[in-house]
Design a protein around this ligand. Structure first.
Ligand code: GTP
Ligand code: MG
Length: 697
């Protein structure tokens, strides 16, 4: 059955690792009648953690799509992983959901991944709700968690449900909005049932209710005036005010409960179905359309279009493309164009997902999230459209991978197959990249952290039995010169028939960093024919590929040819190329050659308590700190420039310095000279590598 757009809610479930997202979702699905029995993380059979890797590690790794129908509304839930290594999966969920349910552990309050998530949500102005979980556990406190949120995020939340007792005294929750209590079922696999509000809590409920009314009226002058005048608003007015405030991100509704005890699920389902933003409330996106920008939001009345938000290559179901329908209705018989390459695509069957289980869908309405199966042409970020003048939706804004490893198959013959599998993984997870670095002659894989990369490599290992090895990647050093020099080189060879002859004189001089290569012809008269100049330039290029210090490419050098000589018979392009190579090498040797190393711009996010350790570690890495700013929630941003050679294991080291709470971003900035002991070590390592390579050949 297809749901119309205003009867769809897309909710991403996100928050720090282990706060109970997957467990809560399992019980929402159970309470919502979507599954007959709720499973646990421990049983390894939950709807959303179905991957082999997830079952083995008892954590979520992939964003997973599930749904329930509650009061005729289709609720799509995207469960996301809490570990920062899998942030790509969180981002795709945020991109496709109108609201986010942030899960907070009732014992600890807000933790670091939640703080980072919150910044992301602020930047996107995403409507969000909070579920304070695990309230049946020792030391849990709903109010403390809300206070923590207020302190760290500078926003007040408004309680939609409150707990009846806490910790060992926890008995259930009260739905303030609907005036109902729900008692904790004796067992988690029993449905939560409504009960009267306990007599001793009637007053508390009234208090929370007036807070809720006040919050709903806030930000809406007409409502506020009415509220102040009459002291009370009608249920209808309250709801309207609250829905608008939630959609605008002014109100953060908060819920209490315990996912693992199926407590607090009913009120949450009720609220999401009735009051969470529908796809129609989504802020329109500004997209380029030929002549100018246009605004486009979810719109059922336009021809069909959709964005591919995720690609999954499943060993049983094959290739699954997750799509968010933006306009119109996707149906199997529709002719559609893929905007990436302009190719026509015939959609075959459409599905929705319950974890790993594909369910037939006759069509998918604007706003819905579903699956196109077995389309080899579709890739994540593709827009498909049946419009006359189609336009592409903006891509997922993913962070650049920060952790790199060089990788090769133990058996050289398996190299191609290994690469094929790496590329397949890169298609499924856009925060995982595979590149061949021609400079260092290595296949380099890059990801968000050790955990993510290990998961991917384990999966390939288990699926293909290819033995692969990884190592710290080589740094792409360069070489340059520091002063002017002149050199002359004559290539002369007398073999059987034709001889070879060419002579050139070169001036070299250093150029500004980043200029690369320049060549000037300063020849007077006709000492060297014009026709040999291309050969001479080729010779310079060849010589530049292999520097004179440690065999790294030479950059930022200007070469001028000032003189030369040719022989009427024995000169050739080849002879000039060889002479030019010799002259360039000779000249660079005399021009004070130095090694250059890549310097990176590094931004580190750490908790205040780790600041000192992280700073001193950075100075040990030859880092230059350029800034240090508190960014809220007790997190400090550190900006620094650090040589790449010192950052090869930073993803691992920062985790250990900060007990996994720190994170960083890094990008190349410039090349800078190195001398002394550091340069000597690079030269030694390059020489050792060269011998090793020669032995292998
Ligand atoms: N006591 C108690 N334990 C819970 C509750 N919710 C989850 N757990 C337990 O906490 C652990 C982590 O739960 P998950 O549901 O996997 O947490 P998650 O947030 O999905 O974790 P990631 O996806 O890895 O970030 C499991 O052992 C659960 O059984 C709860 O409400 N009460
Ligand atoms: Mg999970």
């Amino acid at each position: 059955m297809a749901y119309s757009t205003d009867f769809i809610r897309n909710v991403a479930i996100a928050g720090h690792g282990g706060t109970g997202k997957t467990t809560l979702l399992e019980h929402l699905l159970f309470q919502g009648g979507a599954i007959p029995k709720p499973e646990t993380i421990e049983s390894g059979k939950t709807t959303s953690d179905y991957g082999e890797d997830e079952i083995a590690r008892k954590i979520s790794i992939h964003a997973s799509l599930t749904h329930a129908t509650w009061k005729d509304v289709k609720l799509n839930f995207l469960d996301t992983p809490g570990s920062s290594d899998f942030v790509g999966e969180v981002i795709l969920a945020l991109r496709s959901c109108e609201s986010v349910l942030v899960i907070v552990d009732g014992r600890t309050g807000v933790q670091i991944e939640t703080i980072k998530l919150w910044r992301n949500l602020e930047a996107r102005a995403k409507p969000r709700m909070i579920f304070v979980n695990r309230l049946e556990e020792e030391r849990a406190s709903f109010q403390k968690a809300l206070d923590d949120i207020k302190e760290k995020f500078k926003v007040s939340s408004v309680a939609i449900t409150i707990p009846i007792g806490e910790g060992p005294e926890f008995k259930g929750v009260i739905d303030i909005l609907n005036g109902k209590a729900y008692l904790m079922p004796a067992n988690h696999d029993q449905k939560e049932e409504a009960a009267p509000i306990p007599a001793d809590m009637v007053e508390t409920v009234a208090e929370y209710r007036s807070r809720l009314y006040e919050a709903a009226a806030e930000g809406d002058d007409v409502l506020m005036e009415k509220y102040l005048e009459q002291g009370e608003l009608s249920q209808e007015e309250t709801l309207k005010g609250m829905r608008e405030a939630l959609a605008a991100g002014r109100i953060i509704p908060a819920f209490a409960g315990s996912g693992a005890r199926n407590t607090g699920t009913t009120a949450l389902l009720d609220f999401i179905a009735a009051d969470a933003p529908s796809p129609l409330d989504m802020t329109p996106e500004v997209v380029k359309n030929g002549s100018g920008d246009i605004e486009i939001g979810v719109d059922p009345s336009k021809p069909a279009s959709a964005l591919v938000i995720k690609t999954q290559i499943d060993q049983f179901s094959g290739r699954l493309s997750y799509v968010k329908v933006i306009t119109g209705t996707l149906s199997p018989d529709l002719d559609i164009v893929n905007l990436r390459d302009g190719r026509k695509e015939k959609l075959s069957k459409l599905y929705t997902l319950q974890g790993k289980k594909l369910e037939d869908a006759s069509n998918l309405a604007a706003g819905d999230i579903g699956i196109i199966a077995k389309s080899t042409a579709l890739k994540t970020n593709d827009t498909i459209s049946s419009m006359d003048k189609p336009f592409a939706y903006s891509h997922l804004h993913l962070p650049t991978p920060v952790h790199m490893l060089a990788m090769s198959a133990v058996n050289k013959k398996e190299e191609d197959k290994l690469n094929e599998n790496l590329l397949k993984s890169a298609e499924e997870d856009l925060t995982f990249q595979v590149k061949f670095n021609a400079e260092t002659k290595e296949t380099v894989i890059a990801g968000m952290g050790e955990l993510q990369i290990n998961m991917i490599l384990d999966k390939i290992k288990n699926g293909t039995k290819i033995a692969a090895e990884t190592r710290v990647p080589r740094v792409a050093y360069r070489e340059t010169i520091t002063k002017k020099a002149t050199a002359e080189y004559t290539h002369k060879k007398q073999t059987g028939g034709h001889g070879q002859y060419a002579r050139v004189v070169f001036d070299v001089e250093p150029l500004e960093r980043g200029t690369g290569y320049q060549f000037e012809n300063k020849l007077f008269g006709q000492s060297v024919s014009k026709g040999f100049i291309p050969g001479i330039e080729k010779g310079i290029h060849q010589a530049m590929e292999m520097g004179v210090v440690a065999g790294y490419p030479v950059v930022d050098v200007k070469t001028a040819i000032t003189d030369g000589k040719e022989h009427p018979v024995d000169s050739s392009e080849m002879a000039f190329k060889l002479a030019s190579r010799g002259a360039f090498r000779e000249a660079t040797k005399q021009a004070g050659p130095v090694l250059l190393e890549p310097i990176m711009n590094l931004t580190v996010y750490v908790e205040e308590k780790n600041l000192g350790d992280v700073m001193s570690d950075l100075s040990g890495r030859r880092g230059r700190i350029s800034g240090q700013n508190p960014i809220g929630g007790g997190i400090v941003e550190i900006d620094a420039q650090v040589p790449q050679a010192e950052l090869l294991r930073y993803a691992i080291d920062l985790k250990s310095i900060t007990s996994s709470t720190g994170s960083f971003e890094v990008e190349f900035d410039h090349y800078a000279p190195i001398t002394g002991k550091i340069a000597e070590d690079v030269i030694k390592a390059a020489a050792a590598f060269k011998t090793h390579e020669e032995e292998e050949e």
